[in-house]
Ligand binder design. Structure first.
Ligand code: UTP
Length: 276
């Protein structure tokens, strides 16, 4: 059973400055809903109710978002605007939220290691809120991955095919094809140049990790960009055949970039917001 989801949300979000100067990137709205709320909803739809968020300085808005706002709620009670708070109230009622701060931003791997005290010794999901994943009419991506975890009982990474000239933005995998959408990973390279990429299958911001990853991360030296990379730690698990890469069903928008953010906004306005 996967009961907890970790949300690394401590990054500086420099690509969205000045918007992210005093506001967390994860609070950027896609129309009227912040990225972090989409990610928490996705985790909940996968049967997860314990949300563990790794925050940092200037990220307090994340905690306030998953809390009651008495004055505001009283103000709009019994008006037609109440409907806008239904989704977030449901999350607050049905999930628990815990937080810890990453004091130094030493990379995604380090952020995940910072979450160890909230996760303990059990397998867990990881969702990067700036990757917005939508699978309308089907299982959300984390739910698809939890099903696979129950089958394979090892770490699962979500991958998608990217153009060769984009591999330098991702961790890229190679492995044995088990099914047209499943690979047993043998190699992972962080942000390779196109000529060094072992494939065009790029890891996106959804993972299921087994808890041995924490000990591996403790012994993982800084890699690309001087940061502790989750890809380097996963490479250790892959050596033992313990990482499955999954070509998920659905769409993923890279909301850490302006292009992806605009695409996500247009998509959600047409397909989700207008249907409200
Ligand atoms: P990014 O590589 O997108 O970095 O991190 P960033 O700082 O958020 O954004 P840019 O590149 O400066 O614009 C991927 C994810 O890992 C988290 C981020 O919050 C984001 O969800 N992260 C990254 C941490 O939590 N801590 C870190 O030290 C680094």
């Amino acid at each position: 059973m996967i009961k907890k989801c970790l949300f690394p949300a401590a990054g500086y979000g420099t690509r969205f400055l000045p918007a992210t100067k005093s506001m967390p990137k994860e609070m950027l709205p896609i129309v009227n809903k912040p990225l972090i709320e989409f990610a928490v909803e996705e985790a909940q739809a996968a049967g997860i109710s314990q949300m563990a968020i790794v925050t940092g300085r200037g990220k307090r808005a994340l905690e306030d978002h998953f809390d009651i706002s008495y004055e505001l709620e009283h103000q709009i009670q019994n008006t037609e605007k109440e409907k806008y708070l239904v989704d977030i109230r449901r999350l607050i009622d049905e999930c628990t939220f815990i937080y810890t701060r990453q004091v130094e931003m030493k990379g995604l791997g380090h952020a995940i290691l910072t979450g160890q005290s909230m996760i303990g010794d059990e397998p867990f999901a990881v969702a990067l809120a700036d990757d917005l994943c939508i699978n309308q009419g089907g299982d959300p991506v984390l739910a698809q991955m939890v099903k696979l975890y129950n089958q394979f009982r090892c770490s699962i990474v979500a991958v998608q095919e990217v153009p060769r000239d984009q591999t330098h933005k991702y961790g890229v995998i190679a492995g044995e094809e088990l099914r047209d959408d499943l690979f047993r990973v043998s190699t992972m390279v962080e942000k390779p140049k196109p000529e060094d990429a072992p494939s065009n299958l790029a890891i996106i911001g959804r993972y299921i990790l087994t808890p041995d990853i924490f000990d591996i991360l403790k012994n993982t030296p800084p890699g690309k960009g001087g940061e502790i990379q989750i890809t380097d730690a996963l490479q250790q698990q892959a050596k033992d055949g313990c990482v499955i890469a999954y070509k998920f069903k659905g769409q993923r928008f890279d909301c850490g970039s302006a292009e992806g953010y605009v695409e996500a906004t247009n998509y959600c306005f047409e397909h989700i917001y207008k249907a409200l």
